[in-house]
Every structure is written in C-alpha cells, then in structure tokens.
Design a protein around this ligand. Sequence first.
Ligand SMILES: Cc1cc2nc3c(=O)[nH]c(=O)nc-3n(C[C@H](O)[C@H](O)[C@H](O)COP(=O)(O)O)c2cc1C
Length: 277
Amino acid sequence: MSDGYDDELRARFGLDMTLSDDAPDDPALRRLLLRRTHRRYADRALPDALVRLLLAAAFSASSKSDFQQASVLWLQDRDRRDGLARLFPDMPWIGTAPVFLVFLGDARRLERIGALRGHAQDNGALEGFFNAAVDAALALQTCVLAAETLGLGTCPISVLRNRVREVAAILDLPDKVFPVAGLCVGWPMQPGFISMRLPLDATVHIDRYNDSGLPAAVDAYDRRRDARHSIKDRQRQPERFGTAEFYGWSEDKARQAMTPEGQGFAPWLKARGFTFD
Ligand SMILES: Cc1cc2nc3c(=O)[nH]c(=O)nc-3n(C[C@H](O)[C@H](O)[C@H](O)COP(=O)(O)O)c2cc1C
C-alpha cells in the first residue's frame, strides 16, 4: 500500500490532497504524476532502436474506431531539420534535440485504403480531421510517457502550425496529412520542474458542468503558483497591458491568448483537401 501519493500530488497541485489511502503503490503512476517537459538535452545520441521502441509504444495508443489515423515523420535529415529550426529561432530545442519527431494527423491513409478496397470515400469532413488529430495527439502523449519511463525528456512542439505552409513544404507532406505537433526527445540536461496544475475542483465536474467556483479556484491557484515560482518579472507585453501588481498564471495566460496563433492553419487545411463539413 502507498502513502496515497501525497508528495506527488503536492508537487503537481500545490495542495495537500488525500485521494486514496489504499491505492496500490505504483512507480509508473508516481512517475506520471511527476511528468514534466524538458527543453535542454545532453549531447548524447539516442540509439535508433530506442527511438523505434518509443514509436512502437506511441502506436500502441488507443485509436478511434481502430482507423489508425496517426503517422509520425522522424526527421533525420540535418538540412531539413535546420530549415525547420530556422523558422522558430525562439525555440532552439527544435534544432538541438537529439531526435525530432513530427506527429501527423493522417486522414489520407483511410482514403487510400478505401480506394484499394474499391470503396472510395472522402475523409475530409470535420469528423475525419478531428479523428486524425485526436489519434495523433494520443500517440504523441503515449510517446511522451514512454520516453519518461526510460528517463528521457521530451517537448511537444505545436508552434509548427503557426508556419504550417513552410513546415509542410520542408516536410513534403501530401494532402490530408497535417502536423499536430513535433516532439523533441533526448536525455535531459537538468531535472526540470513540475508545472503546477489547476485543482480538480476546477477541472472535474460531478454529474453536471458547474464552473461557479472558478474565480475563487483560479485566484487561489494563482497564489499557490506564485509562492512556488513567481513570474512577476516576466510580464507579457507591459506596453500593451500595463504592469500588474500581482501577476499570476491567469493574467499571464489571458494576455497570451490575446495574441492569436495558427491563423493560417484552417486556410492551409482547406487548400489540402479538408472541407470540415
Ligand atoms: C500540444 C502541445 C504543444 C506544445 N507546443 C510547444 C511548443 O511549440 N514549444 C514549446 O516550447 N513547448 C510546447 N509545449 C510544451 C508546453 O509548453 C508544456 O507542456 C506546458 O508548459 C506545461 O508544462 P509541463 O509539460 O512540464 O507540464 C507543448 C505542449 C503540448 C501538450
């Protein structure tokens, strides 16, 4: 029997939570509760066989209707990787991670299989897009967790979608195949830190959606996060929003969301065969 994962829950939520006194002690669950993104990697190669093991784990993820609409592009070509990294100079880990994978929503394969079987269909409706995106996201996260199991560190990279036209040209993607996110993989240079999450009171609804407690929950969360790791000296766009006396997670995320991202993604998808009907 475990101690109820008290330390891990405190690390993740900044709260003393006793969720279960009789949960079995499980190292995989402890690791999962302590999961974290890594952006700096040791200068140490990953054997191809290890990457293939991670990919095998990734493709063990659940898949909507067993349609298997995720693909991965393992970007090994240095020139193409450098080309990709040059598009995002603020995120040097795209170029420096020992391994870079791109998780793709693949609505094309099901169409090709339909044509092969003599049942041609168009998979470009919203359902096809959404299912492919979800499959790719599940494979991505499964890969992340598999990597952490081996002591590796990862960082998903959705910024690719902000310049999807150039990214798709570098990756040479066919119609109806789109990037959901890249994934940097390597041996972590440092332990990293755990990103505190909103309390379950704010994210779990019993029987009926109810967010009436949100203002108080977010306020308390902002203060817990601030006490652990203040970001008051890293305020976004003070020239636009002013300098806040208390600058917490919610102010930071509200400001961040004021700058829209991925605006070229929908037109690009439509030009690549998606109708979203
Ligand atoms: C779908 C997805 C896309 C992400 N895209 C990027 C990215 O483009 N660049 C980056 O540096 N981090 C990216 N991240 C990492 C997040 O910033 C990170 O997960 C978040 O800050 C929470 O930290 P944690 O993963 O350590 O809990 C992404 C994460 C996810 C799940």
